[in-house]
Design a protein around this ligand. Structure first.
Ligand code: ZN
Length: 172
């Protein structure tokens, strides 16, 4: 009785096999047993075994696979040394430089704004200082007393009044 097997079951079975390189022909082969170091074709040829259609089909796929493996290896080796790779690298470095320059310009702009703001604040403070009425010094009160003395103003009542306040301010 023939046991029916599905394609899915077959694929699941071969999925567990590891790939290896045949020590004789150097081509990839499914290594379903770690004891095997040669591909099926090399093993059969070496042992003088009978080569059937299945072996030839195996060989055909093996050669196709080898071409694909070679192509992949060439692609992996190529990019880093290729002119295109260097061009892309150069472009990315240039882009980084542009971004850095833009960042620098922004920082400069910020710095100049801060400088302008500081100058404006200093000016505002200077104007505020100028606008503020300075406290009367003793010396100034003395000068005011000299100028306001009633004797200088024909004994004016107003002069007497101001002099009284100024004397209080002088602390007498
Ligand atoms: Zn082989």
């Amino acid at each position: 009785m023939i046991e029916m097997i599905t394609r899915r079951q077959l694929e699941a079975e071969v999925d567990d096999w590891h790939g290896a390189m045949c020590v004789t022909c150097g081509r990839p082969f499914p290594r379903r047993d770690v004891r095997y170091s040669q591909c099926l074709v090399c093993r059969k040829v070496g042992q003088g075994g009978k080569i059937g259609l299945n072996d030839k089909i195996y060989l055909w796929f093996q050669k196709k696979l080898m071409v694909a493996v070679d192509k992949m290896a060439a692609q992996q080796k190529d990019p880093p040394e290729s002119a295109l790779w260097w061009l892309q690298r150069l472009e990315s470095v240039q882009a980084e430089l542009v971004a850095t320059q833009q960042e620098l310009d922004r920082v400069k702009e910020d710095a100049s704004w801060v400088r302008g703001r500081m100058v404006a604040i200093a000016e505002e403070r200077r104007q505020a200082r100028e606008a503020a009425i300075p406290p009367l010094s003793t010396d100034m009160v003395r000068k005011m007393l000299f100028l306001c003395h009633p004797d200088r103003h024909d004994g004016s009542e107003k002069a007497a009044e101001v002099t009284k306040i100024l004397l209080k301010m002088r602390g007498k």
